[in-house]
Design a protein around this ligand. Structure first.
Ligand SMILES: Cc1cc2nc3c(=O)[nH]c(=O)nc-3n(C[C@H](O)[C@H](O)[C@H](O)COP(=O)(O)OP(=O)(O)OC[C@H]3O[C@@H](n4cnc5c(N)ncnc54)[C@H](O)[C@@H]3O)c2cc1C
Ligand code: FES
Length: 271
């Protein structure tokens, strides 16, 4: 339960309000290992603690990578920190994307907005073990082109021949020549065999709900659809009940769940 001090080694600005941090143990001790989908509780001195998913490559543990959107008191202060500053990490906590269980299957990743960050470690795993999967599709949607995360990396992924990467924005700017519309519009044409597909979804809850409907319409089996959920958290380890949804603790039983297990709680913002 005691946060381990980490030094900010590098900060990259992803969008207007979103930054990616490389964190290393302040005592130069061994780095944290984690499974794709897990999160840390990040403590910012004098302000508080927030759950943030790990967004880096699980096979590159030289730094613990987090992508943070400045939305409130803790995240705004964190996004104003400079390299060299110290934050505390507790974790990693929570369940993982079923990347090993999906060996032998096609995989479709559907991400919305900052939801690409928590799912990026699963994408790294899919690429590192590419031969273990059938077809791969990554569908990503953001509000505007300026809200797209990891733009250079998206271009790199798009240039690969072994993955179908499709991107759309709700509102295009003048410099956007790509697709326009919600991310669910991309599902009918994704290059996967629905009967053999495992789906990983991360984004706002309304996007999750419509994505699941579109995937089911295409014939993806409900038991093969996984989602990552967010709820306000305090302890992160199943003690305080802050994140509880019915019998499920999002911090400990999630954040990654089979959709069928949490479908009925998705409309509940806070209990
Ligand atoms: C398991 C898990 C993983 C998460 N992973 C990430 C991640 O990788 N990157 C990331 O940036 N965030 C992530 N979050 C969300 C993040 O924890 C919250 O944005 C953060 O707790 C907000 O804390 P704050 O003190 O900055 O804002 P607060 O002061 O608590 O909130 C201020 C205002 O922001 C609003 N707000 C709070 N959260 C959000 C939100 N997510 N989106 C929009 N408005 C919000 C509140 O309703 C309030 O109006 C994750 C949450 C969970 C549960
Ligand atoms: S955050 Fe305390 S039980 Fe989940």
């Amino acid at each position: 339960m005691i946060p381990r001090p980490h030094r900010i080694r590098e900060i990259r600005r992803d969008t207007n309000d979103t930054y990616t941090f490389d964190l290393v143990p302040a005592d130069d001790g061994p780095p944290m290992s984690f499974a794709p989908g897990q999160f840390n509780m990040i403590y910012v001195a004098g302000v508080g603690e927030v759950p943030i998913s790990i967004s880096g490559d699980p096979l590159e543990p030289r730094a613990t990578v987090h992508t943070v959107r400045a939305v409130g008191s803790v995240t705004r202060v964190m996004c104003a920190l400079k390299p060299g500053a110290i934050v505390g990490l507790r974790g990693p906590f929570g369940t993982a994307w079923p990347v090993r269980e999906a060996y032998g299957s096609d995989v479709i990743v559907v991400a919305g907005g900052i939801g690409l960050a928590p799912i990026r470690p699963a994408i790294y795993h899919l690429f590192s073990y590419r031969d273990n999967y059938g077809k791969l599709a990554i569908l990503y949607g953001a509000r505007t082109p300026r809200d797209l995360l990891f733009r250079r990396e998206l271009e790199k992924w798009r240039s690969r021949f072994d993955v179908d990467v499709d991107i759309t924005v709700d509102s295009p700017g003048e410099d956007w020549y790509g697709k326009v519309g919600v991310v669910t519009n991309l599902i009918p044409r994704a290059h996967v065999d629905p009967m053999e597909t495992v789906a990983l979804i991360c984004g706002p809850e309304v996007m999750i709900r419509f994505t699941v409907i579109a995937l089911r319409d295409r014939g993806v089996a409900p038991e093969n659809i996984y989602v990552s959920l967010e709820r306000n958290m305090k302890c992160g380890v199943g003690l305080c009940g802050h994140c509880q949804c019915g019998p499920e603790f999002i911090c400990k039983d999630g954040p990654v769940f089979p959709f069928s297990r949490v479908e009925r709680y998705l409309k509940v913002r806070e209990l």
